[in-house]
Design a protein around this ligand. Structure first.
Ligand code: AMP
Ligand code: GLY
Length: 405
């Protein structure tokens, strides 16, 4: 089969890396891809913006299966455009992608489906926030309605933080919601619109600094470990959260196909949904692909069951100076080849035959070990061998999981 991966970040590099290992795979293409993906397959730049450009590539190269990494093309209708031409693609329709594209839609959907989530109010303008906040008290969570690359959520801890938070939010609709406490987990499944195949559980680390301090990022690292949730918790999540989404979408005539990612808070009252994403997580995808023992392409193309290696895996993101603000670019990256781990590239480019930084999250250094502690140690040993000017990373990825060992 010829496979096309849409996107060019660490998640897409990990997908391409795993797909390329499949005996069913003849060739991997990526659009636009990145230098890491260029080592595995062929990277192509779409000639036209939007879904059309990707569709042209798929038709031109006679792609058998397309896998979409990021949310933006899904919300823009890439899956609809491909299916209208009879092309196989992994990802939901634009209508189903509203679960991620609009937080107000997702909250209303959860309320109607009885899916456990934080109490909330939707307001139509920033000016209405203070009245809504009064209902919940502090801390309270403000969420911009539309896509915001993981940066549209502000937790307001006290009254004096409210005005500055309101000023930072984009204009328009805002979800104001109760602040939940507990441990966050990422629960990702693959669905054909009817059935689901749950993936192993992962945990992301969103704040930029150790001990979950500093502003939120797209994710500074993740690990994949069977012990994050036990079987009864996984069953409860599947039955009370995942299957109700799949069933309700189907009954509305909008079957959900592709990756459904539930970002959950494990509260004392049980799991609560923080957000739905309609795609794989980034960086969650990196430790997931590293740990997957079976053939990803067989699962995507034929629904084959997934097998997992027992060893936990860990991905540490190395970010550019300035991230999550404006990242510094153009610094030469060294040490990848001999670091001893799998390095998924994200914000990189080739310049005069050298690999240089070109974005906020630069690399996802990924490794495993017989237990979580050694998986963490192996990953950081590799991280320390990689250099670029201004590099920064969290030093506590996976540490939360050690208490379960
Ligand atoms: P979201 O994009 O909705 O997942 O929000 C990004 C991050 O904000 C989450 O990963 C949580 O760390 C935090 N967050 C979102 N909603 C809540 C909530 N209701 N209570 C506490 N933290 C939240
Ligand atoms: N790692 C968080 C996300 O992919 O949304």
């Amino acid at each position: 089969m010829k496979v096309l991966v849409i996107g060019g970040g660490g998640r897409e590099h990990a997908l391409a890396w795993k797909l390329a290992q499949s005996p069913l795979c003849d060739k991997v293409y990526a659009a636009p891809g990145n230098p890491g993906m260029a080592e595995i397959g062929e990277c192509l730049t779409p000639a036209a913006p939007g879904p059309e450009g990707f569709l042209e590539i798929a038709e031109d190269k006679e792609i058998d299966l397309t896998v979409v990494g990021p949310e933006a093309p899904l919300v823009a209708g890439i899956a609809d455009a491909f299916r209208a031409k009879g092309r196989r693609i992994i990802g939901p329709s634009a209508a189903a992608a509203q679960l991620e594209g609009s937080k107000a839609f997702a909250k209303q959907f959860m309320k109607e489906a009885g899916i456990p989530t934080a109490e909330f109010t939707v307001v139509d303008s920033v000016e209405e926030i203070p009245r809504a906040v009064a209902k919940f008290g502090f801390p309270v969570v403000l969420k911009a309605d539309g896509l915001a690359a993981g940066k549209g959520v502000i937790i307001v801890r006290e009254d004096r933080e409210l005005r500055p938070a309101m000023e930072r939010l984009p204009r328009g609709r805002v979800v104001v919601e109760e602040c939940l406490t507990g441990e966050e987990v990422s629960f990702i499944v693959l669905s054909d619109g009817v059935r689901v195949i749950p993936f192993e559980t992962t945990q992301d680390h969103k704040p930029v600094y150790d001990n979950d301090e500093g502003p939120n990022t797209g994710g500074m690292g993740a690990y994949c470990d069977t012990r994050i949730l036990d079987d009864s918790q996984r069953r409860q999540i599947t039955e009370t959260i995942i299957l109700p989404v799949i069933e309700r979408m189907r009954h509305h005539g909008q079957p959900f196909t592709g990756f459904l990612y539930a970002g959950l808070m494990m509260t004392e009252e049980g799991p609560r949904v923080l957000e739905f994403n309609v795609r794989m997580g980034d960086p969650e995808c990196q430790p997931l692909m590293h740990r997957m023992a079976s053939d990803l392409l067989a699962t995507l193309a034929e629904g084959a069951p997934i097998e997992w290696k027992p060893e936990p895996s860990v991905c540490v993101v190395m970010a550019a100076q300035g991230y999550p603000g404006t990242p510094r670019k153009g610094d030469v990256i060294t040490g990848i080849e001999d670091c001893g781990a799998v390095v998924f590239q994200a914000g990189t480019k080739r310049l005069d035959n050298k690999l240089v930084t070109n974005g906020g999250r630069v690399l996802g250094v990924t490794s495993s070990g017989p237990d979580l502690r050694s998986a963490i140690e192996n990953t950081y040993a590799a991280v320390r061998k990689i250099h670029f000017e201004g590099a920064h990373y969290r030093t506590d990825i996976g540490r939360k999981g050690l208490k379960r060992w």
